[in-house]
Design a protein around this ligand. Sequence first.
Ligand code: SAH
Length: 234
Amino acid sequence: MRFDILSLFPDMFASVLNTSILKRAADPQLHQGSPPASYHLTDIRKFATDKHRSVDKPPYGGGPGMVMQCQPIWDAVMAVEQEDIAPARRILMTPQGIPLTQPLVEELAKEPRLLLIAGHYEGLDERVITQLDPLQISMGDYVLSGGELPAMTLVDAVVRLLPGVLGDETSADFESFSPGAKRLLDCPHYTRPPVWMDMEVPPTLLSGHHARIEAWRLEQSRLRTAEKRPDLLK
Ligand code: SAH
């Protein structure tokens, strides 16, 4: 799967994409054939045409902040889309988008290519949004200074669903909000030692009885979902 990320601050991505699961997903050595993910960063500023390389201007009508201009973003998207024949699903990170949820992540993981646009300052001139008509995705009802962290979050959530990326093929399916966990919260987890600060691991987990362990986990999932996120049970 190809990820194109368009940003004014592409340097923000290096350490995240070069760590842990995201790094492994793009590592040709760890996969037969081509790796599940490839990341392509584009600096929107490279598409500025004036001599100061400016990409933003004050808003018409006055008010604080700067607005990202249409032309550099449009040119960047057009140029990047031509780099590969795979059609790109355009996505704009914006607090005004639909919330990123696990079912949406699952849908995006089926795409051959995602093109993510990270805004900054006051956001993008509305006309380039209209013209590009991207899927608009939000991280939640709060405002960040840029779309870079949201783009990294989206890439992380999608990449771990790609075949072969997590060590155990099925492990992504049993997390909170996932189909294997019936879209509930995950059950509690324990590891060695069996007693820590006088707290014991629930005996069922040490019983070796798979059916009982399975039933216990589902029950725990339901209990903690009812307690912490009753909205998920509806
Ligand atoms: N003026 C805009 C916010 C701009 S924040 C408004 O009030 O709606 C600057 C950039 O940060 C946005 O263009 C977007 O790319 C990113 N951003 C901020 N909060 C976000 C969120 N909750 N989800 C996704 N992207 C967000």
